[in-house]
Design a protein around this ligand. Structure first.
Ligand code: ATP
Ligand code: MG
Length: 396
């Protein structure tokens, strides 16, 4: 029996004239996601996308990968059979045999997109219901909460048989919204923020600030592992690791202690923007959430925003830690995030950071770094020049 995957693409349906472009990007992303395990043909008919495995591509592995492609509301593995009831009915019992054996209750759902098919939907349901009850006499029909919903779709191309669809990744196809550059730390929040923006159709670049010898090679590897997980959903991510030690030490040595964190964050933003622009990214992404730590009060955010002249997207801004953690678990980054390696944000942390920094005073304090002698501008140039670039792709 031929097996294919039927795709329902939710929000995409709303995109009017752009719909074709969105679907083309989605088709390309589906092929890319499946590429490591095989080849598929992606095609469209009667407002549904179809994925046909080519050669001996494993459909289960393909479906698992497609479930992580953004822009898909739901997907179903389906048997594809000729459009006559004498073939369809035995095929239903054969294809869904395991599920029907295990279930206590079922219902049949018929969709007749091919209006030339001689039986109407209720007739298809009745015929299939009767046939199934005969073959699986332990079953009863329950139209409200069935254990199995048998769906029979009669389409122009063929008849398709499947059980209830599985949830897709939702969102919009990556690549339809331009590119943004995520400021990635080894924490819980920024990988979640990356995933959330990829879900809205953005391609990702990433920047991480490292302060060796205060931070270790293992902290760098942790960031790569985190992005590896995110890339299973977002596709390839270009990661830039910026050597930040010299700038951080200068801030520590020449700025007031209680302003260190905010000033450091402002320099991160300034450098991240230079890198973002080189990667053609139009925005930064950060994992900040109001009130979570001293640098995430509104006053502190005002100070970091003032260092930026591109938008900073903060998708977790209104979320509780628990809500962020539940996404981190879903995308499998949580266990990596809680590994204990030091991030550059946690070295030189002041004992009593200002929770309500005043922008004017911060800007004034930064002047100490701008003298000819210290020349932070030259340090920034050097940090950018010595940035290492890596391409992160899914591990498997
Ligand atoms: P996370 O869990 O993402 O580390 P956090 O709660 O620890 O966040 P902070 O350390 O204040 O918060 O960092 C806030 C945001 O700043 C992070 O979500 C991330 O976007 C960015 N950031 C922090 N440290 C770094 C770093 N070393 N390199 C790049 N960006 C960073
Ligand atoms: Mg952090």
């Amino acid at each position: 029996m031929n097996e294919i995957i039927l795709i329902k693409n939710g929000e995409l349906a709303l995109k009017g004239l752009n719909r074709k472009t969105f679907e083309e990007v989605l088709a390309k992303n589906i092929r890319k996601a499946v590429a490591p395990v095989g080849d598929v043909k992606v095609w469209r008919a009667q407002s549904t996308m179809y994925v046909t495995p080519l050669d001996d591509t494993d459909i289960e592995e393909a479906a698992e990968r497609i479930a992580k492609v953004f822009g898909i509301a739901a997907l179903s593995r389906a048997a594809e059979v000729p459009k006559d009831m004498d073939t369809i009915l035995p095929a239903v019992c054969e294809y869904l045999c395991d599920e029907l054996e295990e279930a206590k209750t079922f219902k049949v759902n018929a969709k007749r997109a091919d209006k030339k098919f001689p039986l109407k939907s209720p007739d298809i349901c009745a015929a299939a219901g009767e046939y199934i009850l005969e073959k699986f006499p332990h079953l009863t029909v329950d139209v409200h909460e069935p254990d199995v919903t048998v769906t029979i779709e009669i389409r122009d191309t063929a008849a398709y048989i499947h059980k209830q669809p599985i949830r897709g990744a939702g969102g919009l196809p990556v690549g339809t919204g331009g590119r943004a550059c995520v400021m990635i730390s080894g924490g819980i929040d920024s990988p979640v923020a990356s995933w959330m923006m990829a879900k809205r159709g953005l391609e990702l670049s990433a920047v991480n600030f490292a302060s060796p010898p205060y931070t270790s090679k293992r902290a760098e590897d942790k960031v790569k592992d985190l992005l590896g997980k995110v890339s299973e959903w977002s596709g390839e991510i270009r990661l830039h690791i910026v050597p930040f030690t010299e700038i951080q030490e200068a801030i520590r040595d020449y700025c007031p202690e209680d302003m260190l964190t905010v000033i450091m964050r402002r320099y991160m933003i300034k450098i991240a923007q230079i890198i973002a622009r080189r990667d053609n990214a139009l925005a930064l992404i950060s994992g900040e959430s109001v009130g979570q730590v001293a640098s995430q009060t509104l006053r502190a955010l005002e100070c970091t925003d003032a260092a930026a002249d591109m938008p900073i997207l903060r998708p977790v801004i209104g979320m509780d830690k628990e809500e962020i953690v539940s996404i981190a678990r879903r995308i499998d980054t949580f266990d990596i995030s809680i590994l204990p390696f030091e991030d550059c944000c946690t070295v030189f942390t002041p004992k009593h950071p200002k929770t309500k920094p005043i922008l004017d005073k911060i800007v004034q304090a930064e002047k100490a770094l701008e003298s000819e002698e210290i020349n932070v501008a030259a340090m920034i140039e050097k940090a950018v020049a010595n940035t290492e670039v890596f391409t992160i792709t899914p591990e498997k």
